[in-house]
Design a protein around this ligand. Structure first.
Ligand SMILES: [Zn+2]
Length: 251
């Protein structure tokens, strides 16, 4: 079992990685780790994840109230606590604002295309939760429809939340979400997004079972029939964007 210091150090290391990878700006983002039913270590409010040190990490109870530490918990701790309440299998939560994945929510394009085997295996589609005002219960409530079936969630016009059986897993899922979004965006810019064919998707899901991968997975939506390759051509993308712009202009 890890010591308190080791857990705090691990939280700091993940914070430094989030900052180094530009997954957070200024004091954005927060990280938490469950140590018992009533004790959780988490990052404080008002501190850059790039400058975290172990003594800054605080301990809170299951309601997000501070038990230990000099600094105060983030107001966004509420969404972490909602996850721990509803998902006993989760021991770590990471919240960040990865720019490309977040841009998908701003553009109102779902991150639900099966384009990379690793992402299909580990996360499946990533749902976009309804927009909520930070620090209110709107964001925890927006997770509800997806919380039992997913380990990665996009928060509309805000960022992403990932969960795991440990902190490394939760961080890796955050990386996976952003990497998948980057590749999807590049493919769109190149003119076509070819999804992995249904037969191959089925093989990946069989592999997932054989590998006994941990975490929740929404399964694969194979649709009524196989989607044709090049499901999102450049022309279709331009047409969709033009329609949205005209709609926004009220034309
Ligand atoms: Zn946030």
């Amino acid at each position: 079992m890890k010591t308190a210091f080791e857990i705090k150090k691990e939280i700091c290391e993940v914070g430094h990685k989030l900052y180094a990878k530009n997954f957070v700006a200024a004091n954005d983002g927060n990280i938490s780790v469950k140590v018992s039913e009533h004790e959780f270590y988490c990052t404080p409010t008002g501190v850059s994840k790039g400058s975290l040190t172990p003594e800054m990490i605080i301990k809170v109870d299951e309601n997000g109230n501070k038990i230990e530490g000099r600094l105060n918990p983030s107001s966004e701790i509420k969404m972490h606590m909602r996850v721990y309440r509803d998902r006993p299998d989760v021991n770590a939560v990471v919240h960040a604002h990865p720019p490309v994945a977040t841009a998908f929510t701003v553009a109102d394009i779902d991150l639900d295309q099966y384009i990379l085997p690793e992402a299909v295996l580990t996360i499946g589609d990533v749902p976009t939760c309804d927009y909520g005002t930070p620090s209110t219960m709107e964001i925890p409530d927006s997770l509800e429809p997806y919380i039992q079936s997913h380990d990665a969630f996009l928060l509309r016009n805000h960022g992403a939340l990932t969960v795991g059986c440990d902190l490394t897993k939760a961080f890796f899922i955050m990386e996976e979400v952003e990497f998948n979004a980057i590749i999807c965006k590049h493919a769109m810019e190149l003119g076509a997004v070819h999804e992995i064919p249904n037969e191959q998707l089925k093989k990946l899901m069989e592999l997932r079972q054989k590998m006994h991968l941990t975490g929740r997975h929404p399964g694969i939506d194979l649709g009524e029939e196989e989607k044709p390759a090049g499901v999102c051509s450049k022309e279709e993308l331009v047409e969709a964007i033009t329609k949205r712009v005209l709609a926004a202009l009220g034309k």
